[in-house]
Design a protein around this ligand. Sequence first.
Ligand code: MFK
Length: 533
Amino acid sequence: MADFFQDSPSLENQYASDALLRSYLRRRLPATTLAEIEPGLHRLGERAITDILALGDEAEANPPRHVPYDPWGRRIDDIVVSAAWRALDRISAEQGLVATAYERRHGALSRVHQMAKLYLFHASSATYSCPLAMGDGAARFLELHGGGNAHARAAFEHLTSRDPEQFWTSGQWMTERTGGSDVSQTSTIARRDDVGGYRLYGTKWFTSATTSQMAIALARIEGAPAGGRGLSVFLIELRDEHGALRNIQVNRLKDKLGTRALPTAELTLDGTPATLVGGEGDGVRKIAALFNVTRVYNAVAAVSGMRRAVALARDYATRRTTFGKRLIDHPLHAETLSDLEARVRASFLLTFRVVELMGKHECREATDAERAILRLLTPVAKLYTAKQAVAVASEALEAFGGAGYVEDTGLPRLLRDAQVLPIWEGTTNVLSLDMWRAIERTGAFEPWLDDVRVRLGRTAAAPVADVVERIARYVSETQDSDRREAGARRLAFAIARVTAAMELVELAASEHADPDAASVAARWLRRDLAGVA
Ligand code: MFK
């Protein structure tokens, strides 16, 4: 019997081989800006398949460990992470994965630059993108609400530093045992101390990136009213000058389905010193500045993971022979891969539309209408891309047959790590309701509708026009709140698909389109818009 060994899939430079990313950047960035940043993206695209990938694999193979006591019985609650995890932190700082957004060297387009870097980094990073997401969200929160507070200013400088010795990431401590969705039930109490600060008492149930230097936490100042309005936002520096946790006990690390390199813990705060930021009360509204950033990271992470899964599946299809020809030459397999490619592209363009608006908003260049569209599309992009990420990862694993189900291929991780994306940072249903909140409280639907109609006037996309009018009728005719709630997810998906359709069609029609842009847009209009509203 002849020996047969299957070639393993391999990856090319993640920037050079990503035709969509490159055509998107050509279209969106002035030529001089692209010329300036492209060498860095190319280098990062190479590192994403060499040293960063190796570090991500090493961090995954050496997950964090909780060491509650030192050898002599003192409670220390050390969380030991791998050298690789620490190296990913250094690389994040040096690459300016957060700093790029705040230096604003390219004005509003700095967010596009930064998220393009994150997109290249995430899939190789064993989800180091999580501490970065929360650090970036914390930076944005402090930028908006920090005022003249010296702690807040110092923390902002650390979060946005490129110096690995100075760089901080942050936790985001909202979730308690009562749940991650209804944070208005937060039971952590803040008591005033005698030096003008606060001490926090309570249990935080799901704190990701617990090795970060700081955290942004919700707590209720003693005597404040119940509900979200009675909550305030606090900045915590986790360790004292000797490195000891400040009255924080690590109860245990979570044993999670995926993101295994990422330390996620249950904590008890027992008099933890904290700085009130942004004044008393309205904590949920204020911390939204943070979680609206992490939701965009979630979407970028989703498209990054999808891109990786499809890149591997596509490469494998050129190496694997079945029934007398390569997988890629079987029309049904090729059709399956094209379908996945369309979903990645739609998700990417939807996400980067949000990134563009976010950059404009942060640089105070967004119009009222653009701010409203940003408010609407942030939950929509998060929920839609997260669901796509799970579906695409699952289909990509299937494209490897049994190998996709075997751990040492590294492939099952794609699915395990995707599954967190619809869960954290707001589930699909919670975010669908957030979309309605944006429509009802911010009047965010009409600006979106007007924008799509204007763009439709410039582009031939009849199927989109038809769906848009059905969505408009649905929103104006659905007044009953139970019916609104029950249909929220379908509406969110419809808005996502239409927004993606516009982006796909416009990119295909532009001089910067890559060779696949037109066929992907046509596929989207023919197949993926059908029956959405
Ligand atoms: C790689 C990617 C990495 C990501 C890493 C993350 C790891 C971290 C793990 C976690 O921490 S997961 C925890 C995540 N938890 C959430 O995201 C919370 C999910 N739940 C919600 O989002 C709920 O919708 C919400 C808690 C906001 C509902 O709370 P309430 O108290 O019922 O909200 P309410 O009363 O409707 O709104 C309070 C105020 O906030 C209102 O403002 P006003 O008082 O001025 O009217 C709202 O308009 C405002 N608000 C709510 N959501 C907003 C918002 N403003 C802007 N944007 C939003 N999205």
